[in-house]
Design a protein around this ligand. Sequence first.
Ligand SMILES: NC(=O)c1ccc[n+]([C@@H]2O[C@H](COP(=O)([O-])OP(=O)(O)OC[C@H]3O[C@@H](n4cnc5c(N)ncnc54)[C@H](OP(=O)(O)O)[C@@H]3O)[C@@H](O)[C@H]2O)c1
Length: 293
Amino acid sequence: MTTPVAGFIGLGRMGMPMSQRLLAAGRRLAVWGRTPGKLVPAVDAGATVAATPAALARGAEIVMLCVSDTDAVEEVVFGADGIAAGAGPGKLLVDHSSVHPLRTRALAARLEEDTGMVWVDAPVSGGEDGARDGRLIVMAGGEATALDRVRPLIGAYATQITHMGPVGAGQACKMCNQLIIGAEIAAIAEALNFAARFGVEAARLSDCLAGGWADSAVLQNHARRMAAGDYRTGGSAHTMLKDMTIACDMGRATGTPMPVTGLVAALYELAVAQGLADAGQIAPMRLYRDGPV
Ligand SMILES: NC(=O)c1ccc[n+]([C@@H]2O[C@H](COP(=O)([O-])OP(=O)(O)OC[C@H]3O[C@@H](n4cnc5c(N)ncnc54)[C@H](OP(=O)(O)O)[C@@H]3O)[C@@H](O)[C@H]2O)c1
């Protein structure tokens, strides 16, 4: 018996290693990308290329997305030759992108109403290394039975998959994840700067605090890079601004005060305005450490 075909759209920094792990696990995978040349590593690993998102959806039972932002999700699903044009009852869309929870709800309702295709929002955390090593965590929203159908697939690149509620709940949890990381990055930049100005060796702070209550993946990863003056690697400042903006919007939508997230959003806005959109997500923290860039 052959395994059903899954489809993957958005083979970027995250989607490519996720697709490669699906292929390495023996899954039959169809892929589509608006820049076909970027699909080569997946094709080399055994993926077939669909002509359009609609064609991909027609031939696949499960369609997975990991594209940049909410507009990209909307375009791939409802644009010309989009997934909706090839969708139907029994098919399932799994969105691994980090996007707006309320817009996700609206898109999911429209897709199911128009075509019968069901939506699971399943954003991830763990970065490119986590995707490559199969150590992502997934926070999911949607029907539990729908999520259960795709757990074996997602298990190719994730160690933890948590169902958090109806459609949109996964994206809400991802925004919680992002606003915590954003605040941590900013606080760590202040701590490093203070330590250095006091004459303490800032580069040793991550080791010194390891295992204590301030320890975290951000302290062990981003702080080490900041202390070494490497502000380029990791997710982009533009992606963090996208997520901080969504978080602030959700704060307004739910009447939740978010002064810290608002401040962090302003730092990223400043960094992007200074031409650092493509720089690493810790780029704005150079403002703290070295003065205006
Ligand atoms: N990078 C991380 O560490 C990380 C971690 C967790 C979650 N995320 C989230 O995962 C998602 C993807 O991030 P990434 O870092 O993999 O980004 P990326 O490397 O920029 O990849 C984005 C992918 O989306 C495609 N895309 C964008 N707009 C599109 C459109 N309108 N139509 C069709 N395809 C489109 C891009 O195609 P082209 O190549 O043709 O532009 C590319 O394949 C984002 O929502 C991000 O917030 C990222």
